[in-house]
Design a protein around this ligand. Structure first.
Ligand code: NAG
Ligand code: NAG
Ligand code: NAG
Length: 404
């Protein structure tokens, strides 16, 4: 931005916006090649997309709806353990707080999606286009805000303060005890009983006895199931990332020997289809509703177009829940890892879905997933049929939550 002294306002420089679709100049090896390549590039840009752009790896004219589900950014440890040398360490952000690195990660992710979907997501924020939902945990809310700062830098018209290249964008959230959509922290009796049973099973798994004993000895506290390993693993990981020197004993087990039980612990919350119905079903129900709205929209009826972008900000276990509900196995989602669902329409009324995973906020091009339950490309009806199986008709009743 440049400050215009005459008009007392900030202006965007007149050069094209960074990250917009660019047709880079071609290095001049031979004029003929250059002319041909340039000609092709111009032609493809005229066709509505630019093949030379890294930001748009495939055709987007068919894109109708995008749903992004990400994990929050880097955080401080959420817990400590008995023999923890850093037990009294004063984390400026408090326990489980989003760090500056974490803020930056999600900001960068927002910018990545801004570039990647430059031809799809409007350069200006309009409430009618986008809906953002977050877990009510501060680190998720804050991650959503910095993500949106990267995704929707204010246009000139939307700039409301010359010193703040940012605009407020609402992030919705339900209190934790009511949230069965993003964080899946709302109480559910049937789910809880099954989950406890699975955790208990891991405590008698001979495969991990040696690890549990070792960890119990050195942490000076009882470590007897994969969830205990999970909490310790997460704590050690955030301490290490913060540059703290971990105790010697950790070298034998962290991260390698602890990684699989850690991933298993994340997976147990949504271990099989029954648990997924409770953990992921309500989110899938919301997704299905929004997909349906998009599919049934008829522009010629001149009604308001349905929203075309949904963003969810959650935790590692939530990313794993969706991942498993798509039929995949163990996963250790990094900070800012994201799953993306794209609804496409090819020819008229021929809808299909594409799903991508972006491992972290540095990845340039997301990895396309081959859905195990679906043809390739995955027809809309087949996709909906799959998620439908995981959507409870009445979540409360199926949970056997007794009304007080
Ligand atoms: C382990 O815990 C016991 C009982 O709480 C305590 O007496 C002992 O000092 C602890 N040892 C270490 C190494 O923290
Ligand atoms: C899922 O696991 C729970 C706990 O072990 C079990 O009660 C339930 O029957 C399982 N569901 C399926 C579909 O296997
Ligand atoms: C990204 O994550 C997937 C799933 O865990 C993994 O198979 C793949 O190797 C990862 N890619 C990179 C570049 O880390």
């Amino acid at each position: 931005m440049e400050y215009d002294n005459e008009e007392n306002t900030w202006r965007r420089p007149s050069v094209p916006k960074a990250g917009r679709v660019r047709c880079e100049p071609i290095p001049r090896r031979s004029t003929t090649v250059a002319v041909v390549v340039l000609g092709l590039a111009v032609l493809s840009c005229l066709l509505g997309y630019c093949v030379l752009s890294e930001t748009l790896p495939y055709e987007t004219r068919t894109l109708r709806l995008v749903i992004i589900f990400f994990r929050h950014g880097a955080r401080t440890p959420t817990t400590t353990y008995k023999s923890d040398p850093f037990k009294v360490y004063q984390w400026p952000e408090g326990l489980g707080g989003l760090t500056n690195l974490g803020k930056l990660q999600l900001y960068e992710l927002g910018k990545k999606y801004r570039n990647y979907y430059a031809n799809f997501i409007d350069g200006e924020y309009y409430e009618k286009d986008v809906y953002v939902r977050s877990s009510d945990k501060s680190r998720c809310l804050m991650s959503a805000y910095t993500f949106l700062a990267g995704l929707y830098p204010p246009s000139e018209r939307q700039t409301w303060h010359p010193e703040i290249p940012w605009q407020p964008i609402p992030v919705h959230s339900l209190p934790r005890d009511l949230d069965n959509i993003v964080a899946s922290t709302k109480a559910c009796n049937v789910w809880k009983a099954m989950y406890d049973e699975l955790i208990e099973e891991t405590s008698s798994d001979a495969k991990y006895t040696e690890l549990y004993d070792y960890l119990s000895k050195y942490t000076n506290q009882t470590m007897r199931n994969v969830r205990d390993v999970d909490f310790l693993y997460s704590t050690l990981l955030s301490q290490q990332e913060a540059g703290l020197k971990l105790p010697e004993w950790t070298k034998n087990v962290f991260p390698n020997k602890m990684r699989t039980p850690f991933m298993l612990s994340l997976a147990l919350l949504s271990y099989n289809e029954t648990l997924q119905r409770f953990q992921v079903g309500p989110l899938f129900s919301e997704m299905k509703e929004n997909l349906e709205k998009s599919v049934s929209y008829q522009p010629e009826d001149h009604g308001p177009a349905p929203r075309s972008l949904f963003v969810y900000s959650g935790h590692d276990v939530n990313v794993v829940g969706v991942w498993r509900a798509l039929g995949y196995g163990l996963l250790e989602p990094e900070y800012g890892a994201s799953l993306v669902f794209e609804l496409h329409e090819e020819n008229a009324q021929n809808f299909f879905l594409k799903v991508f995973y972006r491992n972290n906020t540095k990845i340039e091009v997301p990895m396309e997933l081959k859905l195990p339950f679906c043809d390739d490309p995955c027809p809309y009806s087949q996709f909906v049929q799959h998620i439908d199986k995981l959507i409870p008709k009445d979540w409360e009743a199926e949970c056997q939550n007794i009304a007080h």
